[in-house]
Unconditional design. Structure first.
Length: 127
């Protein structure tokens, strides 16, 4: 058997997953991510208002979530109208959340148990 140190094993972990995990290290970023999962696409101003997050902090965390592939930012510029944009969970972000939620739910799915104060049924609409 060939022996490898831990770094060689760690390097086999997909880069996309490493980036997603890093982006969600912040409680605020996780809150924004879950908000978008449960509420769908939203413009910056609505996210800021509904989550009570200052613009500079929201911008920082949304940019990180976009860079790491969890959130998509769409800019719309229609002829003769002012441009606007919105944020929503990306395809990768949906898959990432779904797989993680399924993994966390599996021991609890039959009894409707509460986990960290959240009923997993809250995420049913997400599926």
């Amino acid at each position: 058997m060939i022996r490898m140190d831990w770094k060689q094993y760690e390097q086999q972990w997909p880069e996309e997953i490493k980036k997603a995990q890093k982006a969600l290290n912040s409680e605020m970023a996780r809150g924004i991510y879950v908000y978008l999962l449960l509420n769908g696409k939203k413009p910056f101003s609505i996210i800021s208002e509904e989550l009570n997050i200052r613009d500079n902090k929201l911008s920082y965390h949304l940019n990180k979530l976009v860079q790491k592939g969890l959130v998509a930012h769409t800019l719309i510029n229609e002829y003769g109208k002012s441009e606007y944009s919105y944020y929503e969970i990306s395809n990768f972000g949906n898959i990432y959340a779904k797989k993680n939620i399924e993994a966390a739910m599996s021991p609890y799915q039959h009894d409707g148990a509460r986990f960290n104060g959240t009923t997993w049924r809250n995420f049913n609409a997400f599926y």
